[in-house]
Design a protein around this ligand. Sequence first.
Ligand code: SF4
Length: 362
Amino acid sequence: MLSVSSLYRSIQTELGAWYDAYHRPLPWRQAVSAYHVLLSEVILQQTRVEQGMGYYHRFIEAFPSVEDLAQASEDEVLLLWQGLGYYSRGRNLRRAAQIIVSDYGGELPRTPEELSRLPGVGPYTRGAILSFAYDLPYPTVDGNVYRVLSRLFALSDPIDTPAGQRVYWALAEALLDRQHPSRHNQGLIELGALVCLPRRPRCGECPVGDYCEARRQGVQEQLPIKQGRTRVLPRYMNYFLVRIEGEGGTRCLIRRRQGRDIWHGLYEYPLIESGEEPLSVEVLSETKDFAQLIACLRSPRFHPVPLATHAHRLSHRQIYASLFLIECAGLTSTPDYQVIAEEEQSSYAFPVLIQRLLDKIR
Ligand code: SF4
């Protein structure tokens, strides 16, 4: 039987050789700068590589350097981010770039403490920047690494509790190949992405299969353990496409979302929410918000049958959205909205939910 240190060394060696031979040549692995790593890791949080790739290329093209990103407006960043979801990541990325330029002369810092100051840079991204970009001996643990470690060592500690996560981070630190931290960390992630799949892991092709305790016990598919499922609450959102006909063409009303709610900073049509319960059209059209909207319009014509409906799942919410049409001849007062030409809408970043509603009526 191998001692723990021999076991760790064997895993490091096999994993490193496998990574060298089989890793995917992803663009951010070709031209490794800390800025590229920051950009790719923030984009790839909660996003599949295939989906994130196009966004990564568009960001690099629009903002080739951290200075370019720091100088961009929030609207420019959110427009590029459109469709990726979790928009606070885009806003934080821009704010992080501004701090990197103002406080660190445009170079990403090389210590965990300094990186922790950057908005949106959590433990995973911090470890990724330090190890991938600077090859410094820091571990990093993402969903792939949780899965690989829980199986390799047959750990039943839940991966979604702080206590469980501490166990995995400590193990990742102990297992780290300090001579090749970049290759090692990326190897664990790549193994989880290509071989140690959530369902039906390819144990026959696994470079560390001989050392895998879950494989030995035949419990691969039961790991990792999650303690609790998040309760998903419904949320009903009723949007109004207000079409204003006039000599200059059709215009519509939009506004920028404020506050700390989802999609903050993105644009939307007038919205009436009915909380966690659906509202009938009759009740909806008798609400104070609806009356206020109608009062701003000249000769409004409300169409009570929605143009489109769409169900949209977020991590904690199941959103049920409806898009209603109101046609009018003009405005009687300035509403709390921007008035824009309908064809200008593509210059504004809307949540993907609204795009889906529009797709359905096109
Ligand atoms: S042997 Fe199977 S379960 Fe174990 S690490 Fe490899 S792919 Fe994952």
